[in-house]
Design a protein around this ligand. Structure first.
Ligand code: PMP
Length: 396
């Protein structure tokens, strides 16, 4: 039996998505493909909850979204504020610097924590920032940040600053309403809660962000990532017209289209409630075993993944290898300061949204329990699956 992939991306995908990857090659200007590309772009407005937004689907990974923000919205020498809750904040900052931005970080006071709203407001008062970036879920720490509250601080203290959200580990799994929150750009990738394979950068820009782009004084500082190149292409696909700048990743776009169709068939609130219920189950179970989460509180913990410290006396390398041998792949740590001290479980996309798919999470937890026992942990506890706490409260 195939090993189950329970890392924080890439994730398991549905059969409908898999089938799209297996067909014969298709022209990027085939009318059926143009229609699927156009539909995928339209469906993104529902997923990001951004009614008039300009969507982009471009071959690349999530990282390309950082390049798009840096190359299109920040002119060389302009200032960017990075709200940093882990490794991906560091990296977003690096990407901005690569394009000539002057970057300031507001860092969480500790690993697993978030900066306070007062810290952010104080930073915004010190300097005029063109953009402020927020990592919705930092995949290195499993920390979820309250982007609604942060966006409100920006609107109050520095209304002209664009609010940029790195939603790579959140879009499709966490609550996100760009219009209601006043978010200007959200970037993500295909391989996480959007439920497709890796290889696509998926970005939504508000009309305010597009106006800022149009009015920039200098040219975009990238060729492949330039919105001057991609905006007409995206608009052509939406108008169901053939167009070409650089060849799209046809099978991936078809796969994303199939996944988005499944996603928008139900209300987004329903989907995020599923993710929250599964996340709850995982977190209640591992904490009942006495393990400690990396995020400093459940209100700071993502619903798309769980980051957990190894208990004392347990070897991380052995635990991951044992789980892999039993048939489940989970991930080790990623944050450089604590990389060997914790592990990460991804539970997003199909592993978190269908009743029958609960088996993924139940199997992961049961095998994790067995792997911990092998190393002498949980030896005194009752060796039953009762330690998998309760049933997930999954909404209809
Ligand atoms: N931001 C976050 C929060 C991520 O989790 C990741 C990927 N783990 C990225 C950005 C970069 O995405 P990619 O690896 O697809 O380039």
């Amino acid at each position: 039996r195939k090993r189950v992939l329970m890392i924080p991306g890439p994730v398991e995908v549905s059969t409908a998505v898999l089938e799209q990857m297996a067909g014969p090659p298709t022209s990027h200007v085939d009318p059926n493909f143009i229609n699927e590309f156009g539909e995928a772009l339209e469906m993104l407005r529902t997923v990001f909850q951004c009614k008039d937004g300009q969507p982009f689907i471009v071959a690349g990974s999530g990282t390309l979204g950082w390049d798009m923000v840096a190359a299109n919205l920040v002119e060389p020498g302009e200032a960017a504020l990075v709200i940093n809750t882990g490794l991906f904040g560091d990296r977003f900052g690096e990407a901005l610097e690569a394009y000539g931005a002057s970057v300031t970080h507001v860092r969480a006071p500790a690993i697993g924590a978030v900066p306070t709203l007062d810290q952010v407001a104080a930073a915004l008062r010190e300097r005029t920032y063109k953009v402020m970036t927020i990592t919705h879920v930092d995949t290195s720490t499993g920390v979820l940040i309250d982007l609604v509250a942060l966006a409100r601080v920006v609107r109050t203290v520095s209304p002209n600053t664009l609010v940029i959200v790195d939603g790579v580990c959140s879009v499709g799994g966490e609550d996100l309403d760009m219009d209601a929150a006043g978010v200007d750009v959200t970037l993500t990738a295909s391989q996480k809660a959007l439920g497709a394979p890796p290889g696509l950068s998926v970005v939504m820009a508000s009309q305010r962000a597009m106006a800022t782009f149009k009015h920039r004084v200098t040219k975009p500082t990238s060729y492949y990532a330039s919105w001057a190149k991609w905006t007409p292409i995206m608009q052509a696909y939406e108008a169901r017209k053939p167009s070409y700048f650089a060849t799209p990743a046809v099978p991936l776009v078809k796969a994303l289209h199939a996944s988005l169709k499944q996603i928008v068939a139900r209300p987004m609130a329903n989907r995020t409630a599923y993710h929250a219920a599964i996340s709850d189950l995982v977190k209640r179970t591992v904490t009942a075993w006495g393990l400690r989460l990396v995020p400093q509180g459940l209100d700071l913990a993502a619903h798309t993944m769980t980051a957990v410290y190894y208990p004392p006396g347990v070897s991380g390398a052995k635990l991951l290898a044992s789980l892999a041998a039993k048939g489940v792949t989970i991930a080790g740590g990623l944050h450089p300061q604590i990389a060997t001290q914790y592990f990460r479980i991804g539970h997003m996309g199909i592993t978190a949204t269908h009743d029958e798919e609960l088996r993924y999470v139940h199997r992961t937890l049961a095998l994790l329990e067995a792997a911990l026992r092998e190393q002498g942990y949980l030896q005194d506890a009752d060796p039953t699956t009762d330690t998998v706490v309760g049933a997930a409260r999954v909404p209809a």
